[in-house]
Design a protein around this ligand. Structure first.
Ligand code: AQP
Length: 329
């Protein structure tokens, strides 16, 4: 099985990104013989207002963070999207088989564009670039969080339309969501997903937050009326979110966590989740500091990753041009 997933260098990464995506990356890098490709999707980050200096630094931050959580350059391919030109080329070619109407129905486009004075065309067409990212690698599985469900469906539709119009070219990929934590919610507004661009600062727990900040964010987490600690997301979104995070951070099933807190109060739960997350991220923070201090090494590893990604994606891009009728060079 071939694995591919992308992650944006926009902003600082939060526990939702860790649980929904990064943790799955680490788990899949060894389990799949077809190779695992993880892409820092920097081209996606320019679809909303951004600072170029920030994009540059955040891309290196993210590379260091991904290695710090456990990706290994010998066991997977980690690279920057902008280093492999095939991604931009594939996006243009695939725009020929992507429906304008379907793009308009993407909820992320609506959410991120809402109330903005300027909405870039890139924000609208971004899912086409994402489809190209995945399809270029003949990907079998895509580990993602629940918020990417609609984009992945679009990538599958695009692959099928291309295959039927121009001949069998792409594998049709399948999404893989984590069993627990596919949609981590904002601690202050637990009916909304934890998010880099639309979240509350106090309700967004960053992987690199210092221990006291993490404890404080969990202490002030919004819970629900009532006193029972039960996992019922529709009725008790705040408490259920904390149970889910504790389940992941402590490696215990949700039912066991519920049982442990039978008869105990919300205060205990908040303190314990905070501590568990502090411990979960402690080694990550330490490794990150070390890796981030050596920029030359990060750049070297990303260069190696880009070379491998370039080699893997080139034949698919070639077939796309050929089947679409372009004259060979
Ligand atoms: N709240 C979440 N719970 C579980 N998984 C999540 N992901 C994002 N938020 C949650 C997953 O993280 C991966 C990388 O996401 P991204 O950085 O490329 O950006 P995103 O999906 O757009 O989410 P962000 O980081 O919160 O940014 P916003 O909300 O500002 O767009 C993806 O696999 C995603 O599913």
């Amino acid at each position: 099985m071939r694995v591919f997933s992308g992650i944006q260098p926009t902003g600082a990464k939060h526990i939702g990104n860790y649980i929904g995506a990064m943790r799955q990356y680490v788990a899949t890098q060894d389990a799949n013989e077809g190779g695992a490709y993880f892409c820092i999707v920097d081209l996606h980050s320019i679809t909303v207002e951004y600072d170029p200096r920030d994009l540059h630094d955040r891309s290196l931050d993210l590379a260091a963070l991904l290695f710090a959580v456990g990706l290994d350059a010998d066991r997977c391919v980690l690279f920057c999207q902008s280093h492999v030109a095939a991604h931009s080329e594939a996006a243009w070619l695939l725009s020929a088989v992507t429906g304008f109407g379907q793009l308009g129905r993407m909820t992320q486009f609506k959410e991120k564009g809402e109330g903005k004075e300027f909405v870039s065309a890139g924000l609208f067409t971004y899912p086409v670039l994402m489809a190209g990212d995945i399809l270029l690698y003949q990907t079998d599985i895509v580990p993602i969080g629940d918020d990417q469900r609609q984009h992945l469906e679009l990538a599958r539709d695009v692959a099928e339309r291309f295959n039927s119009r121009y001949g069998e070219t792409f594998k049709v990929p399948r999404a893989v969501y984590p069993e627990v934590g596919a949609r981590i919610m904002d601690l202050q507004e637990p009916t909304k997903k934890m998010s880099t661009t639309n979240g509350t600062p106090q309700g967004t727990v960053l992987v690199l937050d210092d221990p006291d900040t993490i404890r404080k964010k969990f202490k002030t987490a919004v819970t629900d009326s009532g006193r029972e600690i039960r996992f019922v997301p529709e009725e008790k979104p705040g408490v259920s979110n904390l149970i889910e995070i504790l389940s992941v951070a402590s490696g215990r099933p949700i039912a066991e966590v519920e049982e442990d807190y039978d008869g105990r109060g919300y205060g205990d739960l908040k303190t314990d989740v905070g501590e568990a997350v502090v411990e979960l991220f402690r080694p990550v923070r330490e490794r990150y500091a070390e890796l981030r201090s050596d920029e030359d090494e990060l750049r070297r590893l990303l260069r190696i990753g880009a070379e491998k990604a370039q080699t893997t994606s080139a034949p698919t891009l070639h077939h796309m041009y050929e089947r679409m009728g372009f004259v060979a060079r």
